[in-house]
Write a protein that binds this ligand. Structure first.
Ligand code: PEP
Ligand code: MN
Length: 361
């Protein structure tokens, strides 16, 4: 009897599994390193897809810029040995062509490429007529429209299976992470593209292995669909991104430590309690907005007096006083200083705009 393939499973696009776990080295360095990393990852039974950088966009010249096309047969071998699909970063038409020649299953566009519409368009043109899933990392700068633009270019080339990877945003100076997560940006992408898989790359956000687990958990709590985490057989001696890579076995431990959550449940008790609390939140939000509106009306009145007396809108001393008061009050109420600053910045800017309208028509 002819065997019928499990159609549903076979037709399920590779990037649709939830949670989708992608791992592998930042860079394919040698055949032995690539194969051993991949086979040890497969042995954990916790990884759905293997990754490796073949062409590496490096910040400065003289660093390891990737092994190049020579590494693709190594990945292909890893795929054949493990039965796991493989994904590679592409930035040019030639990269796409080479990946297709070596049976790469999923392509990804890196953050340094998403930022450049010429490059994304070149990749999109090379993909015309090809049926392969593409994951698009956020651009290095926090520009949602640019990320959306990348998605549109690839979609217009006829690619149906597109996913997003959040890898954080470049910043200047010493900060907690290598790239600022700015979680509100991927959250907004999810709101705009609710059906598109959204994967978190804690390796490039964190830049250090000690924060991978907490970043990964945070993304799960924000209902991300999967993780891309870099791994290496000898992380400290990796040719790129040594500080953020973990061994395949450590990756497995890290994954075991995560609590996967569902978006919803059919437990009635939970749903009823949630609904009640959400009503309270709506009620409080209405009150907060009403108070803010009252506050703006007072600001406008001040604007009228300032106009009559030819006084500047911005009063630096008063602004400092507002911040100091807010931070002190916030601390007593359990609100972080960071939040108070963001909140007051938004309120103050809106007040300035309102006064500007009163004073300058
Ligand atoms: C990578 O995934 O190795 C990489 C280069 O990442 P990003 O594009 O996020 O910098
Ligand atoms: Mn990397």
């Amino acid at each position: 009897m002819e065997q019928t393939a499990p159609v549903a499973a076979a037709e399920q696009p590779l990037i649709r599994k939830k949670p989708l776990i992608i791992s592998g080295p930042c860079s394919a360095e040698t055949e032995q390193q690539t194969i051993e990393t991949c086979t040890r990852l497969a042995a954990t039974g916790k990884v759905d897809m293997l990754r490796a950088g073949i062409w590496k966009p490096r910040t400065k010249p003289g660093l390891f810029e990737g092994i190049g096309t020579k590494g693709l047969p190594w990945l292909k071998k890893a795929k054949d040995l493990t039965g796991l699909p493989i994904t590679v970063e592409v930035a040019t038409a030639k990269h796409v062509e080479d990946c297709l020649a070596f049976d790469v299953d999923v392509l990804w566009i890196g953050a340094r490429t998403t930022v450049n519409p010429f490059s994304v368009q070149e990749v999109a043109d090379a993909l015309r007529g090809v049926d392969i899933p593409v994951l698009i990392k956020n651009p290095i700068n926090p520009d949602l429209e640019l990320w959306m633009g990348g998605v549109e270019r690839i979609a217009k080339a006829g690619i149906k299976n597109i996913g997003l990877i959040h890898r954080g945003f470049s910043n200047y100076g010493n900060t907690e992470y290598r790239n600022a997560p700015m979680w509100h940006l991927p959250i907004e992408m999810k709101r705009r593209l609710p059906d598109m898989p959204l994967i978190c790359d804690p390796s490039h956000i964190g830049g250090r292995r000690d924060v991978l687990q907490s970043l990964a958990q945070k993304s799960i709590d924000l209902d991300f669909d999967g993780l891309m985490i870099e791994s290496h057989i000898d992380p400290d001696n990796a040719w790129s991104d040594a500080k953020q890579q973990v061994t395949p076995e450590r990756l497995a431990e890290l994954l075991d430590g995560l609590v996967w959550r569902q978006e919803t449940t059919d437990k009635q008790e939970f749903l009823t309690a949630l609904e009640k609390l959400r009503q309270q939140i709506n009620h409080l939000d209405d009150e907060i907005l009403q108070l803010i509106s009252n506050r703006m009306a007072v600001a406008e009145k001040i604007g009228t007096y300032k106009k009559e007396n030819n006084i500047t809108i911005l009063q630096p001393n008063r602004w400092s006083e507002i911040i100091d008061r807010g931070v002190a009050k916030g601390a007593k109420l359990g609100l972080t200083e960071d939040f108070i600053h963001k909140y007051l910045d938004a309120i103050h800017l809106e007040s300035i705009n309102r006064q500007n309208r009163v004073m300058n028509g």
